[in-house]
Design a protein around this ligand. Structure first.
Ligand SMILES: Nc1nc2c(c(=O)[nH]1)N[C@H]1C(S)=C(S)[C@@H](COP(=O)(O)O)O[C@H]1N2
Ligand SMILES: [Mo]
Length: 419
């Protein structure tokens, strides 16, 4: 099989071999702590880091700057989930006022003028290179419409729909947003910094507070990217939907990694280590791998691409009027390919109809869809939406369980009551 270092599962095997030979480094965490993290993940053990996001500042409410009105968001610990019903009538881009926020700690306030990006490490041909905000903006600008979606989006359905316990923030389906991101290419920055031929991992790190989970200081949020992915299509974004990047979404500058799980898209990036040896942090060891009976004892390879999902733009448990025609609307997306087809069932999954796609399906974004529905009987029922992407993959009936509840891809049974 050809070695593709942007494919994390293949790449991770090389990483692990080097780890075993002592040539990989644990970036910023004591090697023994990191081994404990690895072990904890395998056992879903004492550190319980899957719940880090809720363990942090839950009591104090979220350290989010923008308003979080209950009609737009459901607050979950330090995070805010978008209410899908609040997307009804909006365009393909998620307005910033309703874009979900996932913070390990809280949103820091960083002035663009004071911001610096330091690129450093033994994978560079020379010493560290610093970029100011203006220098970054002087590089060629690119714009792309891309989703950022948490790996744990849909997590609550492992418990509510499959009866399987998982740790972590109990998102429904609103831990996703699609924005028009504007920024510099990470590859341009790395080339200007002098990335060497022996560079293997690129580690962006956030300027937000260190993350402490159950007494272990994990340091600042950081997750290595294989250099091939970093040089491929990753952005250093300073604009979102035509505005300067807002504080809650990583302003002044964040990483945006197309198609990959949200944790890759490090917000408030302050430095990037370019390493000639593979790197490990809690975010590619205990966290963001699949653990559990269906997975290898040491966990899966670090998660990369998002999976396939669909959501109705309707409250869970909504009440709808009998014998009235209404337009059911929703969105579907995939980290693998454009969505090709969406089917909807209004009778709990017995019969399916094709939904009308309201956007041209695009890689890295979602497609809006609609289907008319006239409920003919009163009582409780379930609405189901099922997407198929251009790889031919269709959302399954059941998602494969993992202890931290990542990558839920099954068809969600959306409860409604007809009155
Ligand atoms: N520095 C930093 N970057 C971060 C995080 C964080 O807490 N700190 N959270 C990550 C996670 S888990 C997700 S899902 C996305 C969420 O991006 P958003 O808050 O803009 O929606 O940011 C990622 N980048
Ligand atoms: Mo996330």
């Amino acid at each position: 099989m050809p070695f593709d270092p942007s494919d994390e599962s293949t790449y991770d095997r090389a990483r692990l071999r080097q780890w075993a030979r002592g040539r990989a480094r644990s970036a910023g965490v004591d090697r023994r702590d990191l081994l404990r993290l690895f072990a904890a993940g395998a056992a879903a053990g004492p550190l319980g880091l899957g719940a880090a996001g809720t363990a942090g500042a839950a009591a104090a409410g979220p350290g989010v700057v923008k308003p979080l009105p209950p009609e737009l968001f459901t607050v979950r610990g330090t995070n805010a989930e978008t209410n899908f019903a609040a997307l009804r009538g909006t365009g393909p881009l998620t307005p910033v006022d309703r874009f979900f926020v996932r913070n390990h700690t809280s949103t820091p306030r960083i002035e663009a003028d004071a911001w610096r990006l330091t690129v450093w490490g033994d994978g560079l041909t020379d010493g560290p290179v610093e970029f100011s905000y203006d220098q970054l903006r002087a590089l060629p600008a690119v714009e792309r419409t891309l989703f950022v979606e948490c790996a744990g989006n849909g997590r609550s359905f492992y418990a509510s729909q499959q009866g399987q316990p998982v740790s972590g923030t109990a998102w429904t389906l609103g831990a996703i947003g699609v924005a028009r991101w504007r920024g510099a290419r990470l590859s341009d920055v790395l080339r200007r910094a002098g990335v060497g031929g022996d560079a293997v991992d690129v580690l962006p790190r956030g300027l937000d507070d260190e993350v402490v989970a159950n007494g272990v200081n994990l340091g600042r949020v950081r997750r290595p990217l294989p250099v091939a992915k970093a040089l491929d299509d990753v952005l250093l974004a300073y604009g979102m939907n035509g505005e300067p990047l807002p504080p809650d979404h990583g302003g002044p500058v964040r990483v945006v990694v197309p198609d990959w799980i949200g944790i890759s898209s490090v917000k408030w990036v302050g430095d990037i280590e370019v390493s000639a040896s593979p790197l490990y942090t809690p975010w590619n060891t205990d966290l963001y791998r699949l653990f559990g009976p269906a997975h290898p004892a040491e966990g899966s390879a670090p998660l990369t691409r998002q999976t396939l999902k669909s959501a109705f733009e309707l409250e869970l448990g909504a009440t709808v009027a009998v014998d009235r025609t209404r337009l059911l609307t929703g969105r579907s997306w995939s980290g693998a390919a454009p969505v090709r087809r969406v089917e909807v069932s209004t009778d709990g999954g017995a019969r399916w109809r094709r939904a009308h796609l309201r956007d041209t399906p695009c890689r890295g974004s979602w497609v809006r869809w609609s289907v008319p529905w006239t409920p003919r009987a009163t009582g409780a029922t379930a609405l189901l939406a099922r997407a198929t992407d251009a790889t031919g993959r269709t959302q399954p009936e059941t998602a494969v369980h993992n202890t931290q509840g990542y990558l839920f891809d099954a068809v969600v049974r959306h409860p409604v009551t007809v009155v």
